[in-house]
Design a protein around this ligand. Structure first.
Ligand SMILES: [Zn+2]
Ligand SMILES: [Zn+2]
Length: 314
């Protein structure tokens, strides 16, 4: 009796998943969303936020897509909900890249690993990040060990091994180069992190730099020269002050060593001349967004400037 119920349940689940697959081609998308597999590069802002749990902004995460390939950069909180909303495959990405291991950029990593498996991922998914990524992923897999066992051995009949990922730690340089797409990790200075990256993505039709979290970086500036899109973090220089909380006295020093002010970004972008500058991961510290934009203009950038919102496409 138990066996019959188990098989019936198995058949029901398989049938539902097959339907979903048939509707979306090889990669599964959330019902009601449309997957764009044209050979045109798209940058999709999945999360434009910061550590602040702003309901309008998921944690930092960006997707670059070309054809059927999907590259995910960072995995902030809420990432898989945004992946679903964007019509991107919910059963796995071509590769996942991490700029650094700060929690706001990695809280969604277990979501990416486990949800893609539960949604049908069978093959190990590549994750590329700075040193420390392998240990983080090992700990995540250990943390969900009971779930993995129950999903695999219980009535859910999860694909054995589908939760697996392959981790490659990088110190910088080319981290992906295949069929016309090249992705380079550019080491940047982000406070005390020994290794943090920006990424430059070159496809047949676009060049994109994702700045990650960084103090003003000449390496990033060089890599951004004339690119189609530069996505860069920024903080409001007018709001820099010690904060009334434990450790708050060194907040201004932390900002200067780990992040880029609006005026610094304006000056950097004026030199690099990206065709489009996109502000994301904006540390407003209570100020209005207009104040940050004005700061970037004061810094000297006169080109196209956009403040990212979640699910924006460039
Ligand atoms: Zn951050
Ligand atoms: Zn950070």
């Amino acid at each position: 009796m138990t066996t019959t119920r188990a098989s019936l349940l198995g058949i029901t689940i398989v049938a539902a998943l097959t339907l979903l697959s048939a509707a979306s081609g090889a990669q599964r998308v959330f019902p009601g969303t449309a997957r764009d597999t044209s050979n045109v590069t798209r940058l999709i802002i999945l999360g434009s936020g910061t550590p602040v749990p702003d309901p309008e902004r998921a944690g930092p995460a960006y997707a670059v897509t070309y054809g059927t390939r999907v590259f995910l950069f960072d995995a902030g909180a809420g990432v898989m909900r945004r992946v679903a909303a964007a019509g991107l495959p919910i059963d796995g990405m071509t590769a996942v890249f991490l700029t650094h291991l700060h929690s706001d950029h990695t809280l969604g990593l277990p979501d990416v690993i486990h949800t893609t498996w539960v949604m049908g991922r069978a093959a190990p998914m590549p994750i590329i990040g700075p040193p420390g990524t392998a240990a983080m992923v090992d700990h995540l897999q250990a943390a969900w060990a009971e779930d993995i066992a129950i999903r695999t051995e219980g009535l859910e009949h999860g694909r054995p091994g589908g939760h697996r990922v392959t981790v490659r730690e990088s110190a910088g340089g080319v981290v992906y180069d295949s069929a016309g797409i090249r992705i380079r990790a550019i080491p940047v200075k982000h406070g005390s992190w020994p290794v943090a990256f920006a990424f430059r993505i070159d496809t047949p039709d676009r060049s994109i730099v994702l700045g990650g979290d960084t103090a003003p970086s000449t390496a990033l500036e060089e890599a951004s020269r004339g690119v189609d899109v530069l996505v860069h973090e920024v903080y409001d220089s007018k709001r820099v002050a010690p904060e009334r909380r434990p450790g708050g006295s060194t907040w201004p020093q932390y900002l200067r060593e780990a992040h880029t002010s609006d005026e610094e970004l304006g000056a950097l972008a004026a030199r690099a001349q990206p065709k489009q500058l996109v502000l994301s991961h904006v540390l407003r510290m209570g100020g209005p967004m207009e104040e940050v934009v004005a700061g970037v203009r004061r810094g000297g950038f006169t080109g196209t400037l956009v403040v990212a919102k979640d699910l924006d496409r460039f």
